[in-house]
Write a protein that binds this ligand. Sequence first.
Ligand code: HEM
Length: 417
Amino acid sequence: MTIPAQCPFLARSLPGDGTPLTPSPQLAEWREAGAFVPLDFQDGHEGLVATRYDAAVAVLQDPRFSMRPSRMPVGPPAHGEEDKAESAAVPLEAPGELDAAGQASDDLNLLNLDGDVHSRLRRAVTARFSVRQARAREPWIRGMIAEQIQKLRERGPEADLWRDYGMPISARTHCHVIGIPEHHYETFVSLFVEESTAQQKYDFIRALLEERRDDPGEDVISDLLRNEDLSRVEIEALLRLLMGAGRDSVAYLIATASVAILTHPDQLAVLREDPERIRAAVEEFMRTGAMFVTLFARTATEDIEIEGTTIPSGTSVAVSPVAANRDPGHWGDDAESFDVSRDAFGHLGFGYGIHGCIGQQVARVEIREAIAALIESFPDIALIDADQLRPQPFAHPVAVYEAGTVSVRLEGAPTPA
Ligand code: HEM
């Protein structure tokens, strides 16, 4: 199959006219045109985007695609390099007054690494994010969510489910899993949820490592401190990544899943009727509400043939989970519909393969427990309005949808929009 590079009718930039639950029709047009179609990257260089499910999976599991920014065909300008790191998974800011170790830590971002270095650093933290570990966290997460529900009740009758519910749930779970003590919660929020310099973040991480050295527990920081194969710079890099990674994404998914069920009363009824279905429904929330329009670009390190298309060495390839998650070739003719009774396992909302999301098991528990508690606690909950019902600018240079405000009436009759 050939790449439709010369097709004059096919748009070449990412479409901004979609919303999380109703993506741009352009993505479907691209998918129909080919498994890979041309894409103009933000810094001006040209590459491809994988639109179909099988092609997307093939790229994500192929080690011949490199994540190293230095391999990008037209090296991004300095600010482009920072932008790549400024993703939903890894929100970083322009380096401040870092010392040599801090500077080196920025080069050890898992999402910029390949091969053995990537595998070794990734292995150092994956055990703490296993299915078993996530299960062990369930009682704590449930208890914490019960507290957030109580706060919603006190705040009622209206609330913003993104700011007042999704954000605190994701930030508190993050601290719990990573091992940031409760008394540092506010500092964590001010440094990693709000704005701060890289220097401030590293100062916090270093102070925390000192504090936790004599106070080990069942968390990521303790694992890293026990690991004698890691250098100090590597430990700091991993913590910097993990403290930023995925927290916004969990809050986004809680907000988006809430919008999905509140705009689909039939699906909400299914979940009320059969509360156990929430486990499978989380996968459907992730499939239809995936936030990544494209993942981080990969670069082909040799000529690579996928699905009959030859991708020349040196080509930048982006993968679109949003497009692949609605590929009728994989999901069937009703791929566009939101259906909590569907088996949506295998979606690409958490990426896939070599760089697939480390935090996905704990994220699943957070989303599941948050939505289950919301449905159970507020039988009359109704949507007033949500920013994400209208197209919003992408939140990061790797295109991700914004969660935005999700206003609901928790009890009583809804206020019309
Ligand atoms: C609903 C919540 C989340 C979503 C949708 C999400 C999504 C993703 C995606 C799509 C990737 C792959 C990026 C790529 O291949 O270009 C990724 C990677 C990653 N995620 Fe998540 N994430 C979530 C939660 C989390 C959490 C809670 C954590 C950690 C506490 C986390 C840590 C990471 C890390 C460290 C990577 C990089 C893995 C690597 O390069 O080997 N994520 N995430």
